[in-house]
Each structure stands twice: as structure tokens, then as C-alpha cells.
Design a protein around this ligand. Structure first.
Ligand SMILES: [Zn+2]
Length: 358
């Protein structure tokens, strides 16, 4: 029998899986469009797309326009050079630590054929003593597909071809899920589900933005187009509840609710980020408390979200961010909690269905 409270976790895990396993690095988010449109089918009044691939889903009418942004792109690689033997050198799209790259399986998105490969580097056996102590940097790595240069050319693999990581989504114990690109397909999932469930009091424009990981580019263009009264970004953030992080360094925990971000930006200065609008932020806090939805307050050093771009659009858009806690952010195995997804959806639905403070 289902206990009261358990029914909260009946989530469309298949949709989350399709989003996580879909391939779309910054600038090549094409495969996400159909999944997002299928997920929203029949539940919004209008879906449009701009020339960069930002997808706009509208629902509701009212005096105010709320823009909710989740980014569709994921961190990945791009082909920089192919040598005479067919080995591929690459550049990074988004922040990826070099130490997690060796031996990863990848998919190279040739124009005529998708080619699987593996990231190779010198094996430890043949490293000199000095080398063993050093971090292998990505410029010392390459992608091995088994194919010759001529074969790769015939598959449409050339300079600029996008490369993604091959990782299936898996469910873990205690409502946890592990998969690639949870940053920010988990946010896309939350936005789709909230748009499906909500009967908005205002005009809500959900935007699935492109090129967030390389500098909030899709949010910058789309906020200019939407001209919202309020902006909310849905993203993922660093959960610190594992043995190698202390609570004082990263106090956010998995399963304790979405975070309401107070401020974020560069480490040491919080430059280049966002100080959330206090009225919008307090509105979200009050909605969470009055509806008994768990939440965590957060100051995030070392990153920012689409909300930073939205707030600087037009003559300034009061903005805030809801983040889903995630362990191992910007790896290819990001762990999130289904409970946080549900609570983030619920809080976003309440925001869509409430009177706005502006
Ligand atoms: Zn993100």
C-alpha cells in the first residue's frame, strides 16, 4: 500500500531518462527540441523556437510575464584537430576537470554518422616517475575511434564536430538517480512538469535555453525577446553531503529541497553572478513555507546561472534562481534526488499560480 507522501514520487522517470541521455553540447542542442516538445504536448498554449534553438513554451494569461529558464545544453567537447592516423584532439565546451576525462567513452556527432570513441592518454606503466605525480592535462589526451582519417572524413567528422559522453541514467537507492547532463536536464524536467501541472495566474514563458555552459548566451538573447516582469532560473547546484566536502564549505544537502539562491558568482568575489532580488526571493521563501515545501537557502561561490543574464536584460528584471542539489556536478555521473525534483516542481507550480510581487 502507498503511504501518504509516497505518491509525491510518482515522477515521469522515462522523461528524465530521455533528457539525461540525449546529446546536446553548447551550440548543438538540436536533439533536445523534440523531447521537450513531446514532453509538453497538449499542455501549453504555444511553443516556438528562435534561430539559435532556444525553445519558448507559453501558458496562461495575465498582466505579468514570468520567464522561467532551464538550459538545454550540457558540458562536452568539440573536435579541434584530426591527425594522419585518425586520432582526434579536442577543446572543452564548459568547465570539465581534466582528471575525469581519461578512458571516458564518447560519441562523435559526424554529419553523416555518429562514431563512438574513447579518450586515450599514456598508460601509467609507461609514465616516468615525475609524470606519475602530475595531473595529465586534456591537451595530452586524444579521442581514439579506431577509424582512419579518411573514414572519419567520410562520416562527416571534421574540425568543429561536437562530442558528447556515453552514459546511461541509473536509479540508485533512496530515491537517488545518477546520470550525465543532470546539469541542466533536471531543470528542463522540472520546467516541463511544472508547465504541465500549473494553471498559471499570469503569462508564463518557459524557456529552454541554449549555450548556458559557455556564458549564459541563450538566456541573454531570450530574456531580451520575452521582456519578462520576473525571471526565474532552474538549475543544479553543489550538494556537499559526501565524505570529501565539509558542511561549512558546501552546506547544501541532497533530498532537503531545492535551494533558493541568495547570491552566486565567481569564487572570492561573487562577481559576474547574481544577487537575487530580495522581494522575489522572499516571495519564493513564503510560498515554500506556507505550502510546507522543504527548501534550502544558498550562497554559491564558483558558478552562476541563467538568472544572472535575465536580471541584466532590458532595464533590469527582478530575478531569482531555484537549484536542484547535485553531487559530482560537471562530471558525467551527477547524482540528484527525486524528492528534490518533486519539491522543486511543486514550488515552481505555486509561483506560477500565485500573484506576483511585481
Ligand atoms: Zn547548469
Amino acid at each position: 500500500m502507498m503511504e501518504k507522501g509516497d505518491e509525491k514520487l510518482v515522477l515521469d522517470i522515462d522523461l528524465l531518462r530521455r533528457l539525461s541521455e540525449a546529446h546536446g553540447v553548447s551550440g548543438s542542442e538540436f536533439d533536445l527540441g523534440q523531447i521537450i516538445k513531446d514532453g509538453l504536448e497538449g499542455n501549453v498554449s504555444r511553443i516556438t523556437e528562435d534561430r539559435f534553438g532556444n525553445i519558448f513554451a507559453e501558458k496562461g494569461q495575465g498582466e505579468r510575464t514570468i520567464m522561467v529558464a532551464s538550459h538545454a545544453d550540457e558540458i562536452g567537447l568539440i573536435v579541434k584537430h584530426i591527425d594522419e592516423k585518425g586520432f582526434i584532439r579536442f577543446a572543452k565546451l564548459g568547465g570539465i576537470a581534466d582528471q575525469i576525462l581519461p578512458a571516458q567513452r564518447v560519441l562523435i556527432h559526424g554529419a553523416k554518422k555518429k562514431v563512438p570513441g574513447v579518450i586515450g592518454c599514456k598508460a601509467v606503466h609507461v609514465m616516468k616517475d615525475e609524470e606519475r605525480k602530475q595531473l595529465v592535462t586534456y591537451d595530452k589526451m586524444f579521442i581514439d575511434t579506431g577509424a582512419t582519417k579518411e573514414q572519419l572524413e567520410s562520416y562527416g567528422v571534421r574540425v568543429g564536430t561536437p562530442v558528447t559522453f556515453l552514459r546511461g541514467m541509473t536509479e540508485l537507492e533512496n530515491d537517488l538517480v545518477v546520470g550525465k547532463a543532470m546539469d541542466d536536464r533536471a531543470g528542463c524536467f522540472v520546467l516541463i512538469e511544472a508547465l504541465k501541472r500549473a494553471s498559471p495566474k499570469n503569462r508564463v514563458v518557459g524557456v529552454f535555453t541554449v549555450q548556458e555552459e559557455v556564458g549564459l548566451r541563450g538566456a541573454t538573447m531570450s530574456a531580451f525577446a520575452v521582456k519578462p516582469d520576473i525571471g526565474i532560473a532552474i538549475d543544479t547546484t553543489i550538494a556537499g553531503d559526501h565524505p570529501e566536502l565539509s558542511e561549512q564549505d558546501a552546506p547544501v544537502k541532497l533530498g532537503k529541497g531545492p535551494t533558493i539562491v541568495i547570491a552566486d558568482g565567481r569564487k572570492d568575489s561573487l562577481g559576474g553572478g547574481m544577487i537575487s532580488n530580495p522581494i522575489i526571493r522572499n516571495w519564493l521563501v513564503e510560498l515554500a513555507e506556507s505550502n510546507k515545501i522543504p527548501y534550502q537557502l544558498e550562497v554559491l561561490e564558483g558558478g552562476t546561472t541563467d538568472a544572472a543574464a535575465i536580471q541584466m536584460s532590458q532595464s533590469g528584471i527582478p530575478s531569482a534562481c531555484l537549484s536542484i542539489p547535485s553531487r559530482y556536478v560537471h562530471s558525467f555521473s551527477e547524482v540528484i534526488s527525486k524528492k528534490d525534483l518533486e519539491n522543486c516542481i511543486e514550488l515552481l507550480v505555486k509561483a506560477m499560480e500565485s500573484n506576483t510581487p511585481f
